[in-house]
Design a protein around this ligand. Sequence first.
Ligand code: DAH
Length: 358
Amino acid sequence: MQDVPKLRSELLAEIETAADLGALDSARVAALGKKGRITELLKSLGTLAPEERKARGAALNTLRDEVAAALEARKSALAEAAIDSRLQDERIDVTLPSRPERTGRIHPISETIEECIQIFGEMGFTIAEGPDIEDDWHNFTALNIPPDHPARQEHDTFYLPGEREGGRMVLRTHTSPVQIRAMQARKPPLRIIVPGRTFRCDDDATHSPMFHQVEGLVVDRTTHMGHLKGCLIEFCRTFFGIDDLPVRFRPSYFPFTEPSAEVDIGCSREGGGLKIGHGKDWLEILGCGMVNPKVLENCGIDPAVFQGFAFGLGVERISMLKYGIPDLRTFYESDLRWLRYYGFPALHVPSLVGGLEP
Ligand code: DAH
């Protein structure tokens, strides 16, 4: 009769040395399969005398359990080894330099937005976002632009067909509706900037039907015009990298701010070219003002307790000025030669400490 300890050591050795899952399965079949060695022995128990059957049955059951456990253990060891070897084969050295022939370029619009985020981020602003498709109330009415207001015509709005929730839907004509959304969503103090796409039905050398703005909004108990001026002067000087850049606030009108101003920076147009900095001329770059109390009220904020300032700037415009890009339309032509020339290195991250530009 088969010697159990000998069988045990043979089976366990076979399992232990199985080199892969296939070999392990053959070992399992050879031991525990229908015609396996343990199975056959168990079947033959019936031919034994009762006393002998009991002792041998117990021994065989223990052996069967032991073999099953060894099979399981070897299986997980093999699976682990398979993962290890795959990790080894597919190893990626993340410290290798990128392949120059595959390097893309960062679009000047992305770069400019990122630079704005860095500058305002340093001042404590956080980023807010809103939908490109807006309802009439957020885009106009809540911003104190009622239905018959001339500003609605000036905005050359793209209206969408049909109505939703009782109002017309539009492609947002500015990022200002996100001011409303932010004030409705959160209690002051607020300090946000909103980079985003905007749309107007206008298309010529200086206008594109899709363009970008960065909106800013600060609301707090003691916010005043001095904060507005300090914040925007600092922004202009840092963005253009000119410490003593002349910045001028010129009275203007926007329905959502009171008082309102437009910001001009100094430049010179001598000799046909445009040069930002000291000079005889001025160039308008953004609109701003103290948030109109009616707008605060529309958002459920008490204008007797809180006041704020807001601003909106055109990303394409400041990008063209800073990087000497002469034609607005080239931004959207996806011309790779243009992008190689005006774009920025793929891994460049603008920062105030490391420098905004590469
Ligand atoms: N929304 C204005 C526009 O698109 C820009 C603007 C002006 C935004 C003044 C403001 C602001 O927040 O205070 O023309």
